[in-house]
Design a protein. Structure first.
Length: 81
């Protein structure tokens, strides 16, 4: 049997991913606490995985929010498509 926390993609789809990422962009660190159990691989779209990976990279370094995520993506040249 696989680890139930290992692959959560069956629990939500693109719309739910948008809600999760939207919450992270607007609520930042507070929202991150609610979804800390997720990994980038739990997201179905590559763009969503890239954004969530960036959120995790910023965690504990600077506040997670729209401007810090956008700045980090720009600095690293990671496409979000």
């Amino acid at each position: 049997m696989s680890d139930p926390k290992g692959d959560l993609r069956h629990l939500f789809g693109v719309q739910e991913e948008i809600l999760i990422l939207g919450g992270l962009l607007t609520e930042g660190d507070r929202a991150l606490e609610a979804v800390r159990h997720l990994t980038p691989d739990d997201f179905t779209l590559q763009a969503h995985r890239t954004i969530f990976r960036t959120v995790l990279e910023l965690d504990g370094k600077i506040g997670v929010g729209l401007s810090s995520i956008a700045l980090r993506l720009d600095e690293t040249g990671q496409p979000v498509r």
